[in-house]
Design a protein around this ligand. Structure first.
Ligand code: SAM
Length: 294
C-alpha cells in the first residue's frame, strides 16, 4: 500500500523540491503521492529534521484541537500544558520549513470550554510569536453551527453561566516580511472575492465527517479562500496535518503545488482517494498528436 521511493523530484525551474525530504536511517519517507505538483507524505509534523530546507510559501492547517476526538494515530486528550508543548514543537518546525516571505494560516478554536476554560487562540498566538512568527491578523470563521446547546453553566443565574462563541479562528502570521516580492506575482482572485474576503468575518458551513470519512475535516471553501487571498499561482502550499487532504485538493485545483504531511496511513489513503475524485491530477491526458488523432 505504502510506496517507498528512493528518488527526489525536481519540480520546475523555479520550484525545486530536490532534497526536500531527509533520508531517515538509511531509508526514505513514505510518499502516498509524489507528483510534480503534489506530495502527500505519511510523516510526523513533530519531527524537526523531516525536511532539509525551507520550502513553504503558505501553510494552511488545522491541527488536532485536543478535544478528545478519536483519531486513529493521535492522542487528543493531553493535559493543556502537554498540548501547548505539542503545539510549540510543530509551530516551530513550520517556521523552519517556511521561506522568508512564508505565511501561516492557523485554523484553531477561540476557546476551550470542556475540562476547564482556556484561551486556545490567544495561547497559540503567543507560542507562534515566541518561535519567531510575526502576527498579521485574525479571521473569524462563523461555521453556522447552531448546535444543540446543553452546557449553560448556571441556567438563568449569574452564579456561573457559560458564554460560548460558535466560531473558529484563522490566525494569520508571516515569517519575515508581509509584502510578497518573490514567486510568480500572479494573483487569481476576482474583485468581488477580494472585497468580500478581506472583511475578516467569514460565514460558510463546516464539512460533514460522515461524508468525508474523517473525524475533523474542514470544508474546501476554507483553503480555497486562503490560497487565493494569500498566495500566488505556482506557490507551495503546505499542510502539516493534511487529514483527508482538503488543502491539497484546493492547492492542485488552483494551480499551486501542494505538500501534505499526515501521520495516519488510513487518512493518507482517504486523502489520496479524494484527490483522485476531486481533482484532475490523475485524469488520463488526451493525446492529440497526429498519430492518435487519425
Ligand atoms: C483536524 S485534523 C485535519 C483535517 C484536515 N484539515 C481535513 O480537512 O481533513 C488533524 C489531523 O492531524 C493528524 N495528526 C495528528 N498528529 C499528527 C502529527 N504529529 N503529524 C502529522 N499529522 C498528525 C491527525 O491524524 C488528523 O488527521
Amino acid at each position: 500500500m505504502v510506496k517507498i521511493k528512493t528518488k527526489y523530484k525536481v519540480m520546475d525551474d523555479n520550484t525545486k523540491l530536490t532534497g526536500l525530504v531527509k533520508e531517515k536511517k538509511g531509508r526514505y519517507l513514505n510518499f502516498h503521492i509524489e507528483e510534480k505538483n503534489l506530495y502527500l507524505i505519511q510523516g510526523d509534523a513533530l519531527e524537526k529534521d523531516l525536511f532539509k530546507k525551507e520550502f513553504s510559501d503558505l501553510i494552511i492547517t488545522s491541527p488536532p484541537y485536543n478535544v478528545d476526538i478519536k483519531y486513529n494515530s493521535h492522542k487528543d486528550d493531553l493535559t493543556y500544558d502537554e498540548y501547548l508543548e505539542f503545539s510549540e514543537k510543530w509551530i516551530y518546525n513550520c517556521f523552519k520549513w517556511s521561506k522568508p516571505q512564508g505565511r501561516f494560516a492557523l485554523n484553531c478554536p477561540l476557546d476551550k470550554n470542556k475540562g476547564g476554560q482556556q484561551s486556545v487562540g490567544a495561547d497559540l498566538t503567543t507560542i507562534a510569536k515566541k518561535v519567531g512568527w510575526k502576527y498579521h491578523s485574525t479571521i473569524i470563521w462563523n461555521e453556522g453551527n447552531i448546535s444543540r446547546r446543553t452546557a449553560w453553566g448556571s441556567w438563568l443565574s449569574a452564579s456561573a453561566p457559560f458564554v460560548i462563541a460558535p466560531v473558529e479562528l484563522i490566525i494569520v502570521f508571516y515569517k519575515e516580511q508581509w509584502k510578497k516580492t518573490s514567486g510568480t506575482r500572479k494573483s487569481d482572485i476576482s474583485r468581488d472575492e477580494f472585497i468580500e474576503w478581506t472583511n475578516a468575518v467569514w460565514s460558510f458551513n463546516g464539512e460533514s465527517k460522515k461524508r468525508i470519512g474523517h473525524p475533523a475535516p474542514f470544508p474546501r471553501e476554507l483553503p480555497y479562500r486562503l490560497i487565493k487571498l494569500f498566495s500566488y499561482v505556482g506557490d507551495v502550499i503546505f499542510d502539516p496535518f493534511a487529514g483527508s487532504g482538503t488543502t491539497l485538493i484546493e492547492a492542485v485545483n488552483n494551480n499551486r503545488i501542494g505538500v501534505g504531511l499526515e501521520i495516519d496511513p488510513h487518512y493518507c489513503e482517504i486523502a489520496k482517494k479524494r484527490i483522485i475524485n476531486e481533482t484532475s491530477l490523475f485524469a488520463p491526458k488526451l493525446d492529440l498528436t497526429e498519430k492518435n488523432y487519425a
